[in-house]
Design a protein around this ligand. Structure first.
Ligand code: DGL
Length: 267
């Protein structure tokens, strides 16, 4: 495995930039190629077969760029089962952490909320992981279909955003949760607003850091962690690259990144 090869990071759109931010901070010597499928986002409201086809195209495109690892910076895609996305590729593929350990550490009352896309919630993966770690916990999953279109649409100042946050938070506040996981990588873009809605009694967890450590462990295992070099970040979108750049400003030092609009058919 070539240590100097880039790490591929992918998402349905700009959400995975919240994971790229963390990876880049923890691995400043690594090169990254990020792909957001901004032409076809959101994925979380689509059927499984369609999403499987999309992610296979992105992983094949990243493989053609010579990546040494792929980080699936998308919970919805992680739910498909990372091993089933591997195909014939030799590099490791890492998915999003479900964060059950962090949640159980943060929650005194063991009343835990999960915000995610309808697809992710329908799998019950987070609920099962939390209950496997602590069967006495109470888990309150909440599908949040309005968030991704609002974030991708840069609707941060729209009254629809606080309305959607209040709508999805209400049943979880009523249930008395004291820890909440943001199990869609888009949601860290609105983490402050979500925290404000729940107030200081609720710890809001972003699993990006735990995921980054999974990616680091997988690289260590194959002896491919890079210890020197300047670390180049290339952010690619399948559409609207100017919008991707504006949204990336909320997560990354964009002056140090390259932005490219790509066609997944051109490898
Ligand atoms: N950011 C993604 C996730 O973590 C998916 C959002 C979507 O396309 O619906 O689930």
């Amino acid at each position: 495995m070539n240590k100097n090869a880039p790490i591929g990071v992918l998402d349905s759109g700009v959400g995975g930039l919240s994971v790229l931010k963390c990876l880049h901070q923890l691995l400043p010597h690594e090169d990254f190629i990020y792909v957001g499928d901004t032409a076809r986002t959101p994925y979380g409201t689509r059927p499984e077969q369609e999403i499987r086809g999309f992610v296979a195209e992105i992983i094949d495109w990243l493989a053609a760029q010579g990546v040494k690892e792929v980080v699936i910076a998308c919970n919805t895609l992680t739910m498909l089962g990372v091993d089933s996305l591997k195909g014939d590729h030799k590099f490791p593929i890492v998915g999003m952490s479900k964060g059950e350990k962090l949640l159980l550490e943060a929650s005194k009352k063991k009343k835990i909320g999960v915000f995610a896309t309808p697809f992710t919630i329908s799998t019950e993966a987070h609920k099962k992981a939390i209950l496997a770690a602590d069967p006495t916990a109470e888990v309150y999953p909440m599908p949040c279909p309005k968030y991704v279109p609002l974030i991708e649409g840069e609707q941060f100042d729209s009254p629809e955003l606080p309305a959607a946050i209040a709508e999805y938070a209400a049943p979880l506040k009523e249930a008395g949760i004291d820890a909440l996981i943001l199990s869609c990588t888009h949601y860290p873009f609105i983490k402050k607003q979500i925290e404000a809605e729940f107030g200081p009694e609720v710890t809001v967890i972003d699993p990006a850091e735990a995921t980054s450590y999974l990616a680091i462990d997988a690289l260590k295992e194959i002896g491919a962690l890079r210890e020197d070099g300047a670390g180049k970040v290339t952010v690619c979108g399948t559409a609207d690259i100017d919008r991707v750049r504006r949204l990336a400003e909320r997560m990354l030092p964009v002056e140090d990144c390259q932005f490219k609009e790509i066609n997944l058919a051109d490898k």
